[in-house]
Design a protein around this ligand. Structure first.
Ligand SMILES: [Zn+2]
Length: 137
């Protein structure tokens, strides 16, 4: 008998549904919202469907890349807005006062979202499923 790590779930959800779940910190397979113990601590397995979140060693490198790109984009956008409003006399102290919290808090705030978005991309587009699951079309 093959090892089954999750409860049967029926049909796979649409890609758009999986991505919405990713952007709302939910399990990409069943949509359960109780997958974080604290803001930055994800549990090992989904309490509703049993999906094991960390599929392999190094799995969260994709989440790290998403966090880096999204927060980097936010920092660049913030800097662009500051420049747009202050050129030609850029106030360095004001710029740093705005940019420092964005650069320090951005990765922390975005951390759980980057994990669930990565899991959603992994399931919806890379379609790496467990052996007993069928990918979307
Ligand atoms: Zn689930």
């Amino acid at each position: 008998m093959p090892e089954i790590s999750a409860k049967p779930t029926g049909a796979q959800p649409k890609r758009s549904t999986v991505m919405v779940r990713g952007f709302t910190r939910r399990c990409p397979r069943c949509g359960s919202g109780k997958i974080f113990q604290r803001w930055t601590t994800i549990i090992d397995d989904c309490p509703r469907c049993g999906l094991h979140f960390e599929r392999e060693s190094g799995y969260w490198a994709g989440a790290l890349a998403i966090n880096f790109v999204c927060v980097g984009g936010l920092i660049i956008a913030t800097f662009g807005v500051i420049l747009a409003f202050t050129l030609p006399k850029v106030n360095i102290a004001l710029t740093l006062a705005i940019m420092a919290p964005v650069a320090v808090l951005g990765p922390i705030v975005w951390y759980p979202f980057s994990k669930t978005i990565w899991m959603a991309i992994d399931r919806a587009y890379l379609q790496r499923m467990d052996q007993h699951e069928r990918p979307d079309d």
